[in-house]
Design a binder for this molecule. Sequence first.
Ligand SMILES: Cc1cc2nc3c(=O)[nH]c(=O)nc-3n(C[C@H](O)[C@H](O)[C@H](O)COP(=O)(O)OP(=O)(O)OC[C@H]3O[C@@H](n4cnc5c(N)ncnc54)[C@H](O)[C@@H]3O)c2cc1C
Length: 346
Amino acid sequence: MPPLPKTDVVVIGGGPGGTATAIRCAQHGLHVTLIEGAELSQSLTSETLHPEIEPLLQTLGVRDSVLAAGFPRCPGRWIALQGERQFHHFGEDSHGPKLGFQVKRSHFDTLLLEQAKALGVNILQPCRAIEPLVSQGQIQGLITTWGGIEATYVVDATGRCQWLARKLKLITTPYSPPLHVEYGYVMGHCSEQEYSPLIASAPGGWVCVAKVQPLRYQWTRLKWAEHSNASWHPPNLAHLWPGDPPHTVEVTWRLVNPAAGPGYFLVGDAAAVLDPISSQGVLKAVASGMMAAHLINKQFQGGQLQPSPAARYSTWLRTNFYQDLLHLQRFYSPVLSEIATLANAQ
Ligand SMILES: Cc1cc2nc3c(=O)[nH]c(=O)nc-3n(C[C@H](O)[C@H](O)[C@H](O)COP(=O)(O)OP(=O)(O)OC[C@H]3O[C@@H](n4cnc5c(N)ncnc54)[C@H](O)[C@@H]3O)c2cc1C
């Protein structure tokens, strides 16, 4: 059999976690192959990117193209989980209020993928990971729909499906009852709804509504229990035209541990999932991809890291996850007893 093609790093998944890893490794001169299972970005959502992402986009070399894309900006979010709604600012610096981005994810992902391509990342698309190549407990590459690839490091950025964790039977601990979000669009004009999202309590959960383009609004509803009122939808959008049927995805809070090991790193949702209320999933995916790339680059430069890159990364990721979990639990504190009662009743 001919030898398998060999590369320094193979990244599975072309979302923000995967492209950030690939870009940072390529910027340090490593040979990187990125495989993406879908022909085009499958992401249907419009998402709010926290302003803290801007310096990371600058480092990745995509800040200018993201600004040029003209995504709407917003200074914070309205929250009405209990009582009157209040505006929560993202923060301020010497230039004024910090502004988040309201991005169409398929467009945002394409900008990152184009930057990876421009830096020489070998992109195979559509190409799916089928099996990891494991020898003596070390990941040494992948079998894909395009054939085998040998690699010094495999980075799993497959998102919520957590492909490698399932293949390696890693421990995935849930930190919430089973949670699902449903999301959809409506078209028309709603004068009271602006680009800053509004998060309000809804039967058995919350709903987040945001204007994402002129005359287009996205609603996202999280349910911590199945609710009998299946046809419920945001009252302030009731007069608008519905788009495609809504989509449902599972967003149970969970962490894979360890998030790195011999020859592999898990980044973004492939390592840890929280529900979308924090608006930080993309920021976390990019930050974890950049951290994994930093440790991989150090290793290639001959650095003798103690503790090992895998141990450092797992600790860093776990510590961040627990901090985010605390914030989320604080956010949910007005309704925690309702969640516990409903979860126990299931
Ligand atoms: C309804 C909803 C609303 C959200 N809103 C926000 C928000 O407002 N702000 C925010 O910051 N976050 C939000 N999030 C969270 C955010 O979408 C995720 O945290 C983010 O996409 C994680 O990025 P990722 O790169 O880890 O994974 P993904 O973006 O999921 O990318 C994974 C990629 O891997 C590919 N893949 C999967 N399996 C394979 C395989 N076997 N072989 C090859 N490729 C594969 C997939 O095709 C996909 O392109 C929301 C999530 C949901 C569900």
